[in-house]
Design a protein around this ligand. Structure first.
Ligand code: PHB
Length: 376
């Protein structure tokens, strides 16, 4: 997205990725886009496929004590989110860059970042055929994900890393089954959290809270469905449509922020700079928000020669990041079971959920944060 936005401003870029294109296209990731993420794809001319192949969600269900409560985004804040998997966003972006003559190189190896505090930082790597290259540039962007190496280019004495680990993870499945709900259900139960999501009319995505050490091979189809059904069961008799589990995996879970996210002529974006737990569906949306700010500042720095422009990157991007960190942490702790939870903790958690669904201010905070704070 950043290389696309820079191209619109007449700025040249080269993007390199360790993984191969087909590999990225086949990796399952979260699927919820905020309102402004959808606008960005459409308004900048990437693609409007999200409007055809995506699904508008006008709210979510919070389910607890065996009853579902709808948080109506449209009624509360006049916004929607869109179910449109990150892999589809990736496919659209790569096609847009190809269409516009962008330079993206997949499947590179042996990367080495060079001279980030010099006027001409660079990167050395071997391309997919093993041929060595060195590229020099004005600015180097570290968009290298949650296991970022670029973030460690900021000297230890100059950076602060904020962490929050959680004593649980998500067990994610992809199942061949009809939809169990038209929109997402975030469920809290005494057995732990569960999330009912979708992909297509015949392919469903669901998650349940598990131990970080959980082994997917210990989980048969039957055991998975039994656990999911138990977590959403209630007096309304609601039950999931079951089917063959095609894929299962354990997803890591953590909160992380590095500060600063600009050092010399290197800028960090997305998961390289910050990671959120998946409960608020903020990961991809935050990366797009970073890039929206960064593209504007890079344009000022490069085209308008405004040498101070990039000083604004860390404070502007992290203002949104910390709000999203709080939201993701809040959704997580409100809906998950801590291993050492007492009866008091459980009753308090139900009190909090009750407040959210019965108070318009409570529901509106959730709706506003979930659909994404408006961006200028
Ligand atoms: C997904 O559909 O994969 C998904 C949706 C919402 C989340 C996380 C994942 O909060």
């Amino acid at each position: 997205m950043l290389s696309h936005l820079l191209a619109l401003a007449g700025i040249e870029s080269v993007a390199i990725d360790l993984r191969r294109r087909r590999e990225i296209e086949a990796t399952h990731r979260a699927g919820i886009l905020e309102r402004d993420s959808v606008r960005m794809l459409i308004d900048t001319g990437v693609s409007d496929r999200v409007l055809r192949d995506g699904h508008e969600h006008k709210g979510i269900d919070l389910r607890f004590d065996g009853v579902s409560h709808r948080i109506d985004f449209q009624a509360l804040v006049g916004a929607s989110t869109w179910l449109y998997p990150q892999t589809d966003v990736f496919i659209d972006l790569v096609e847009a860059r190809e269409r516009d003559g962008g330079d993206i190189r997949f499947g590179v190896t042996d990367t080495q970042v060079l001279d980030i505090t010099d006027a001409r930082p660079g990167i050395r790597f071997a391309d997919a055929d093993g041929v060595g290259h060195e590229i020099r540039c004005r600015y180097l962007v570290g968009a290298d994900g949650s296991r970022s190496l670029c973030r460690f280019e900021v000297p230890a004495t100059e950076r602060q890393q904020y962490f929050r680990e959680y004593p649980f993870a998500w067990f994610g499945i992809l199942a061949e089954a009809p939809k169990s709900a038209p929109e997402l259900i975030y469920a809290r139960s005494d057995r732990g959290f569960a999330l009912i999501s979708q992909r297509t009319p015949t392919l469903q995505r669901m998650y349940f809270q598990c131990a970080p050490t959980e082994n997917v091979d210990d989980w048969s189809n039957d055991r998975i469905w039994h656990e999911l059904q138990a977590r959403i069961a209630g007096r309304d008799g609601y039950a999931l449509h079951e089917g063959r589990v095609l894929e299962k995996s354990v997803l890591p879970f953590r909160s992380f922020v590095q500060e600063p996210i600009r050092y010399g002529n290197m800028l960090l974006v997305g998961d390289a700079a910050h990671t959120v737990p998946p409960t608020g569906a903020k990961g991809l949306n935050l990366a797009l928000a970073d890039v929206r700010v960064l593209a504007e500042l890079l344009e000022r720095a490069i085209v308008k020669n405004d040498t101070q422009a990039l000083d604004h990157y860390t404070p502007r991007a992290l203002a949104r990041v910390w709000k999203a960190q709080n939201f993701s942490y809040w959704m997580t702790t409100m809906l998950h079971q801590l291993p050492d939870a007492t009866d008091f903790d459980n009753r308090r958690q139900l009190g909090e959920l009750e407040m959210v669904v019965t108070s318009e201010s409570g529901s509106r905070y959730l709706a506003e944060a979930y659909t994404g704070w408006p961006t200028p």
